[in-house]
Design a protein around this ligand. Structure first.
Ligand SMILES: NC(=O)c1ccc[n+]([C@@H]2O[C@H](COP(=O)([O-])OP(=O)(O)OC[C@H]3O[C@@H](n4cnc5c(N)ncnc54)[C@H](OP(=O)(O)O)[C@@H]3O)[C@@H](O)[C@H]2O)c1
Length: 336
């Protein structure tokens, strides 16, 4: 086994706790490198983005076995001379079922269509073995079902993860996209370090889930924390092959209206001397001591800009104005 990551000790930036795992306050979502909104990046772009993220202190790197070649891109990054203990790897399973496995369908929470998952206990170890091989590592730091399988008791999925943790193949157990009930049930089986949920200025977290996480010391990994790019104020159109084109809020009519409605928050960011995206990330950190946002980007300059949001300080009065503007910001169209 490799020694456990010692990222917190070396990080020049603020840290947060995901259960017993300490990570930098701003992480990095690597999904887009594998191709989500745009086609997968080439190897050099992925390497440059991952290097920028780690060098900027965003050592929590989030991926999934369902993000195209993303796990392989992380393996190439590790093979480029980086130490395994420089990076806290979070990966997910279930949305890329083995060919002969039943595909359990459920509607997507946003956009259109449906997803498939299979989080049956019998597949959990093979999923992990596949991810470890793809990632080129002997352990991952956080491991989680990508969504709760509607046809499998969450207790059964989590129970199958426990031996993997006991063998040191997985350091901490987590859940992605759980309800608060899923989390409570999972916690009857094993400690859960973190949940990963969609949370940003334009997509609220379930209040009960937030309260339960804060009360029980479960970290919240906030995904799409800059609203899939919208909260930077720079997305004025998305192409037809971009996944966001299937999300109502990004259709041309809604996007223009939403940018208008977002103007007060842009103005507050300018007043504070930060970019709108930085304000969106800092706002999440301000909203809860257990949250760790994982902004995604393929652009080193954006990654550094996002990382810098971890050290932004606003006065109480400024936060009061920002909180009020977030409350008043009601986008049109569904994200979910
Ligand atoms: N568990 C789940 O079901 C789930 C679902 C979705 C996402 N996630 C995780 O969350 C991570 C982040 O979510 P996300 O990628 O959906 O959304 P996001 O982080 O809110 O936004 C990413 C988009 O914002 C743009 N961007 C980032 N920083 C920018 C900046 N400073 N200025 C201008 N544009 C900027 C990126 O484009 P550039 O590349 O041009 O910077 C990209 O298009 C993913 O990588 C993934 O790890 C998890």
């Amino acid at each position: 086994m490799s020694p456990p990551p010692d990222v917190a000790a070396r990080s020049p930036r603020p840290t947060r706790d995901l259960g017993a795992l300490t990570v930098p306050a701003i992480g990095y979502g690597a999904m887009e490198l594998g191709g989500a909104y745009n086609p997968a990046t080439d190897d050099a772009t992925a390497l440059a983005a991952l290097s920028a993220a780690i060098d900027a202190g965003c050592a929590l790197v989030d991926t999934s076995d369902a993000y195209g070649p993303n796990e392989l891109q992380i393996a190439a990054f590790l093979a480029s001379g980086r130490r395994r203990d420089e990076i806290v790897i979070s990966t997910k399973f279930g949305m890329r079922p083995f060919p002969d496995a039943p595909r359990h369908r459920f509607p997507v929470a946003y956009g259109t269509g449906e997803f498939v998952i299979n989080a049956e206990a019998r597949f959990v170890r093979p999923y992990l073995e596949r991810s470890l091989e793809r990632l080129g590592t002997d352990h991952v730091d956080l491991y989680q079902p990508h969504f709760t399988d509607p046809e499998v008791a969450i207790e059964d999925t989590v129970a199958a993860m426990v031996p993997l943790r006991d063998e040191g193949l997985v350091r901490h157990l987590a859940l992605s996209n759980p309800t608060v009930d899923d989390l409570r049930r999972a916690q009857t089986v094993a400690p859960i370090a973190a949940v990963q949920v969609d949370w940003s200025m334009w997509w609220p977290i379930d209040a009960e889930l937030l309260a339960h996480c804060e009360a029980t010391g479960v970290g919240i990994v906030a995904y799409s924390p800059i609203g899939r790019g919208f909260l930077t104020g720079t997305v004025t159109a998305v192409g037809p092959s971009d996944f966001r084109a299937s999300i109502e809020r990004f259709t041309p009519r809604h996007l223009a209206e939403n940018l208008d409605r977002f103007a007060p928050l842009r103005a507050l960011a300018a007043d504070a001397g930060v970019t709108p995206g930085q304000l969106a990330l800092a706002w999440l950190l301000h909203r809860s001591p257990v949250v760790v946002p994982i902004p995604g980007s393929r652009t080193p300059a954006h990654i550094r800009e996002n990382a810098a949001a971890g050290t932004i300080t606003l006065t109480a009065e400024q936060w009061t104005r920002v909180d009020a503007a977030v409350e008043a910001f009601v986008p049109v169209g569904r994200v979910g």
